[in-house]
Design a protein around this ligand. Structure first.
Ligand SMILES: [Zn+2]
Ligand SMILES: [Zn+2]
Length: 337
């Protein structure tokens, strides 16, 4: 394996296990360093054990580079691969039926990789499609897309789709839900998108009646296809309490307006909690199992959501990711009419 490819593989696996971002950054920096050296020098330094004398190369990155150039296949990278494997449990069969991912980010907003890299990763794990859902403009901290930049992204999508076919990158956005339930994107742009994920990202602790009205207003919007990470809880690190709302009303609205409830697979979110998902099943809501990936390795997180869906009794036919891209687009467009 080429050293740069080995470092890229390490980054993929580190993202898969949600390693701290400084660790991932160190590997990206090592790629920059290695890129400027010729292969002979890298090999000599690997043999002599002097790679760490280079600026930007530390113990872990030098191990990966050395293994690559010296042809060692049972070292750091192999261990990392093993450690970051996502075990498939009761959701294994469902995972095999999944055809795409409806929520992920690229460098157009706060993702760590270009759209083409995200699409390649999705294709490599057997998906038929992925939806590009970068953030909307209001989320400035995440470099959200203005209308103008979204138009530019749609142009890039068209080019990428020409080279990726038959794999498809569907157009979309993760649109912020304002406090009054309206959306952070104009109707004429929402109309152009294949799939719209709507999420709350601000005022997470507003009083329950206000939050319920806010969410139901968004769910009833004919442009909204999927309700993203509904409680906004965080289960790791310092954690974050879930937002409060009337779940019966929210799911009744999802069922009435044919809006899918998202199982957000991010390990720190695991949203919604199982008791809420079971309630969504009682309401016969459509479900989307999405990774909300911000890096290629995170595209594999769908396995977590599949296990959870099966545990909570979600019927596979109600999971929109088991549909083909055509079926998905057809469903989303009839919602609007
Ligand atoms: Zn979000
Ligand atoms: Zn997201």
């Amino acid at each position: 394996m080429e050293p740069v490819a080995a470092l890229e593989r390490a980054i993929y696996l580190l993202d898969r296990e949600l390693a701290p971002s400084n660790k991932v950054r160190a590997f990206k920096k090592a790629i920059d360093t290695i890129d400027s050296l010729d292969h002979d020098e890298i090999t000599q330094r690997a043999r002599a054990g002097t790679l760490t004398e280079l600026d930007g190369i530390g113990k872990s990155t030098s191990a990966v580079i050395s293994e690559a150039v010296l042809g060692i296949d049972d070292g750091y990278l192999a261990l990392l691969d093993e450690r970051s494997q996502i075990p498939l449990g009761v959701g294994a069969e469902l995972r095999a039926a999944i055809r795409g991912d409806c929520h992920m980010h690229s460098t157009w907003s706060d993702g760590g990789a270009p759209l083409s890299t995200m699409a390649s990763a999705a294709r490599a794990i057997g998906h038929e499609y992925v939806v590009a859902t970068d953030h909307s403009a209001r989320l400035t901290i995440a470099h959200g897309l203005s209308e103008e930049r979204l138009v530019d992204q749609l142009a890039e999508l068209e080019e990428l789709n020409a080279t990726f076919a038959p794999f498809r990158i569907l157009s979309g956005m993760e649109v912020d839900i304002f406090e009054d339930g309206t959306l952070d994107l104009a109707d004429h742009m929402l109309e152009r998108l294949d799939i719209v994920v709507a999420s709350v990202h601000s005022k997470l602790s507003m009083p329950a009646p206000d939050m319920t009205r806010r969410m139901v207003t968004a769910i009833a919007n004919p442009h909204v296809d999927i309700l993203g990470h509904m409680t906004n809880r965080k289960v790791s690190g310092t954690g974050r309490a879930p937002s409060e709302f009337d779940a019966e009303l929210v799911f009744a609205a999802c069922a009435q307006f044919d809006t899918a409830v998202e199982i957000n697979c991010r390990p720190e979110r695991q949203d919604p909690p199982e008791e809420l998902l079971e309630l969504a099943v009682e309401w016969d809501c459509l479900i989307a199992i999405d990774t909300d990936a911000h890096a290629p390795g995170q595209i594999e997180w769908q396995a977590y959501g599949c296990d959870k869906a099966v545990r909570c009794g979600v019927h596979p036919d109600n999971i929109i990711n088991t549909w083909s891209a055509e079926e998905l687009i057809g469903w989303a467009s009839t919602k609007v009419s």
